[in-house]
Design a protein around this ligand. Sequence first.
Ligand SMILES: [Cu+2]
Length: 272
Amino acid sequence: MKILSFLIGFFLCSLAQAEDVTTRVIIKDFKFQPAEITVTSGTTVRWENHEKRQYHSVWFEQSGEPEPEYFFPEEFFEKTFNQIGDFPYRCGPHPKMTGIVHVVSKEDKQVKTENMTTENIAQTTFNGYLSAAFGMSWQQVKEAIAKDDLTLVNAEDAEIIKAKRDRGFITTDISYVIPKQTGKLALIVEFYPGVLSENPIVNELEKQLGSPLGKDATAEVLKQIKDDLPPGVTALTLWAWEVDNQDRFIRLLKFDDHIAVEYLAPALLSEP
Ligand SMILES: [Cu+2]
């Protein structure tokens, strides 16, 4: 009960600041994912416990804060960052689990990203895209799209749900691919029409995921996933990591007149 009221307290706090962005960090396999994030001041960060049984805590020990209560699977912890700075944290019961939140001013962030309001990329989780997680059913993806305030364009097709996202400076086209044989969300592609420089998007993804793979590793992974690149690609940037022992990829594909970012769970493309 104590934990519950504690969490409700945090939840009410965040409602009061409803206009602020929430960034999510997933706790899974004794890891904060991603362990390092950059947010603008005023952002609320939510840590969600996605373990099967294990409880954790998010303790800003170095800031001199008392150790908070543990929270259990399906519970979360939230904290709003109003001060600029670097805020390292750890899990109370598991000192090897560490993470850091970099808080920058809104102006800084905008300069860094060439005025793209890509702040929302920071909400991207590493097991999907915004609220849509890999493995979700058709209906769950449609619900996630509504939750994310995206515009549903077409959900008639049996395999692809299309949506649009207003990013302020541009509206992107997003395709959620749910292969018939699995019925599970396996691929999300966001198209940035008319965007010719991948740098701002790469910068944002780097903040979340760290450096992309080097050329050799990129070539090796491409061989492994045996996925032909679409024609017209002029540059490729690739990130790879694991969730539940399954590979996850983000591929940024640069074309002559647009950029496409693919969020991919290869095993879910064909596995029943
Ligand atoms: Cu822990």
